[in-house]
Design a binder for this molecule. Structure first.
Ligand SMILES: C[S@@+](CC[C@H](N)C(=O)[O-])C[C@H]1O[C@@H](n2cnc3c(N)ncnc32)[C@H](O)[C@@H]1O
Length: 376
């Protein structure tokens, strides 16, 4: 029995920021807006079958749905808790511009993890309004909110990755990096893309710095994930049958990403069963395409044991073009290899008992590795 489901809800694809790299590309010009009634039907269908419901509000820019929309959705979640005894975990991914006191308080009251897209000192290379977004992060924190910066790194910033990490650490802002991918506008304007060799070099330098930085006061989500990677474990167990999305057109799709609109799984209704979306012919058709791609891309890839095909499957949800898929797969493969090599060095140090220099996070993550000869 599966208890968990992750819903992505995109109230609109419209956006009030003009990011040069956005994977939604010209879809941002679409004007549909999902009605709150449809959103509630979708949420209730999840509650009928699952006990842990993760909801991510995304877009486009989700704040454009307006505060009243979220007041209704969160009030409805409370009804669902009473009716089905479910647990909700809410995430809200926003550019931050329209976060006012009322919305922040509502999100905080509903224990929402607020992901604010913010690239630190290099924010204005891809986006606008650096100071305003930075202030919004401060406002969320001042109200006791859980905030995490989503920092996209691109040609305009990646050479400064260590500096970017220090910048977030000094300001005590948890963050995650999103390496730019050739999708949407970034697939057209390839000037924004990083040189992969150089990126891997900078990434490993920064990872090496972080693993020994005992002054780290923040959560650096990307590197925490790196530190959990092992050669004999899978990066992510498959996320099929665990995620499903509602798009602004009021229809259901596998992940709510630009290229999965070819697999419409239906519409919310009073008798919708999400589990039957996963057994529908369209979902099966998608799985068939992905299985074929894994056959093509993963067979000769050294990282496939760890990545388990997640790289190619996730990329296909954004783009279909072979060259773009190869770019993303190659970048992921190089990241896995570089990180696993460093993790091997850490493991060897731990086996020799040389743990002194490492940060507490690394000591915790590698805590099961003991000095040779000692009991485990
Ligand atoms: C598409 S936005 C949508 C939600 C909201 N409007 C926001 O700005 O956070 C979500 C995140 O995806 C990232 N993103 C968009 N296009 C990307 C690309 N081509 N490569 C990597 N990340 C990208 C953005 O930088 C942003 O942090």
């Amino acid at each position: 029995m599966v208890h968990e489901i992750a819903l992505t809800i995109k109230p609109t694809l419209k956006c009030n920021m003009k990011c040069r790299h956005c994977f939604n590309g010209d879809d941002l010009k679409r004007v549909e807006m999902t009605g709150v009634g449809t959103v509630c039907q979708f949420i209730e269908s999840a509650c009928r079958e699952y006990s842990d419901v993760k909801v991510t509000f995304h877009g486009g820019e989700p704040t454009l749905a307006g505060n009243a929309f979220y007041r209704e959705v969160f009030a409805f979640q409370k009804q669902m808790i009473d009716k089905y005894h479910v647990r909700f975990a809410n995430n809200f991914t926003t550019n931050g511009l329209l976060l006012d006191d009322e919305l922040i308080e509502l999100l905080v009251a509903n224990q929402t993890l607020i992901n604010i897209s913010f690239d630190g000192p290099y924010h204005d290379f891809l986006r606008q309004h650096k100071e305003r977004v930075y202030e919004k992060i401060g406002q969320v924190k001042a109200k006791g909110g859980r905030v995490r910066a989503f920092c996209t790194i691109s040609k305009g910033s990646y050479e400064h990755l260590t500096e970017i990490y220090k910048w977030f650490n000094e300001r005590k802002i948890d963050f995650k990096i999103l390496p730019i991918e050739p999708r949407g506008y970034a697939a057209v304007d390839q000037e924004l893309l990083m040189d992969t060799d150089h990126f891997i070099h900078v990434l490993t330098d920064t990872y090496r710095y972080w693993i020994k930085d005992r002054s780290c006061k923040i959560r650096f989500y990307t590197f925490e994930e790196f530190a959990s990677l092992r050669r004999d474990t899978q990066f992510k167990p498959f996320w099929f049958h665990r995620e499903i999305a509602l798009n602004p057109d009021g229809k259901i799709y596998p992940f709510g990403r630009p290229n999965d609109v070819q697999f419409c799984l239906g519409e919310p209704s009073d008798d919708l069963r999400i589990s039957s979306c996963f057994t529908s012919s369209e979902y099966e058709r998608m799985l068939g395409i992905l299985e074929k791609l894994r056959g093509e891309y993963c067979t000769d890839c050294d990282s496939s044991g760890v990545c388990n095909g997640v790289c190619i499957c996730m990329s296909y949800m954004y783009v279909q073009d072979d060259a773009l898929l190869r770019y993303s797969c190659n970048q992921s493969d190089r990241i896995f290899k570089a990180v696993l090599d460093i993790n091997d060095e850490i493991i060897n140090d731990f086996r020799r008992g040389e743990t002194e220099e490492y940060s507490d996070t690394i000591k915790r993550k590698f805590g099961d590795i003991h000095k040779d000869g000692e009991e485990t």
